[in-house]
Design a protein. Structure first.
Length: 307
């Protein structure tokens, strides 16, 4: 994700270093240090608009963690000194930015000079980056799920004031409403032969999968008053025929759910046809496309979890 920029112009580098005002976690200008080291505990960050990019930079606290602060630079300007168990969240404008975190940074201050890593950051997105402890300053991109698992219990780093001029205050959007339903997906290829949809077309494995799903639904949900069965198809064929095939498959699965004990008044069937694909750019021969599109051929049982 982040590309390394090597700076070989020694003359320009010397001028830049001579004029730079280094603010580090070990050496601050007067007034740049807070009396507190850590602030509030991490809570899930809200989304930002397309006009901004949000970055959550954190440092794990475990085996292999080195002592001292990791200096975080944004566009070659000091932003924060992350101690183990600390994080910093901030926003910048969309576009190309250099980011990095450097343990034992002094006296070379690599984040301001030779080791600079850049990437094009997309507006409206939140990037979770972890500090590396191996001396390599490149950001380690982490998924939100993995990052927030690590961020539990971490606290905001507040002892240093950011000197990064491109950092902006985040203009947060309202937190998205949590989904009030739970989806259970069944593979269309397990349920049916290719292009088939009737009860007589259900495979043995398909019937067993539905039987297990009924058991799971009853175990995990106290309320099964609103259940929707949605049929999805691949992109092979016309839009109309795909919609019809998706609906027939949903109706067949609905029928078997009723056989398993769900109330008819609580279960509906619908079709999304080929409008909600999961696959990406399937090409090649027909057999290759059929194999590639397998993830799109599915039946989703959606349970409304509202009380």
């Amino acid at each position: 994700m982040f590309k390394r920029i090597n700076i070989f112009n020694v003359a320009l580098l010397s001028v830049a270093l001579a004029s730079a005002q280094f603010a580090t976690a070990e050496e601050f200008m007067p007034g740049a240090v807070s009396s507190k080291v850590f602030g509030t505990q991490y809570t899930p960050v809200a989304p930002v608009s397309e006009r901004q990019v949000q970055v959550v930079y954190y440092r794990a606290n475990g085996m292999g963690t080195q002592q001292g602060a990791a200096h975080v630079y944004v566009d070659r300007e000091f932003h924060a000194g992350l101690l183990p168990g600390g994080f910093s969240s901030f926003c910048v404008a969309p576009g190309n930015h250099s980011l990095g975190a450097y343990v034992k940074d002094a006296p070379q201050y690599k984040g301001k000079s030779t080791d600079v890593f850049s990437a094009n950051l997309e507006g409206g997105k939140t990037y979770f980056l972890q500090v590396r402890e191996d001396g390599y300053g490149a950001p380690q991109a982490v998924t939100r799920v993995e990052a927030e698992r690590a961020l539990m219990g971490m606290r905001k780093q507040v002892q240093a004031l950011s000197r990064a001029s491109t950092v902006q205050a985040c203009d947060y959007l309202p937190m998205p409403v949590q989904a009030q339903y739970k989806d259970y997906a069944l593979s269309g290829d397990v349920l049916f032969a290719f292009g088939k949809s009737g009860t007589q077309d259900i495979t043995f494995k398909g019937r067993e999968a539905i039987r297990q799903l009924v058991t799971q639904l009853k175990q995990e949900n106290t309320n099964l008053d609103r259940v929707e069965v949605v049929g999805h198809t691949d992109a092979i064929g016309s839009t109309a025929s795909n919609y019809t095939l998706g609906l027939k498959r949903a109706q067949t699965v609905r029928s078997l759910l009723l056989d398993g004990g769900l109330r008819a008044s609580s279960v509906t069937a619908s079709s999304a046809g080929s409008d909600q694909p999961v696959s990406n750019a399937c090409n090649g021969s027909r057999s290759e496309q059929i194999a590639c599109y397998a993830v799109d051929r599915r039946v989703v049982v959606r349970v409304d979890t509202r009380n």
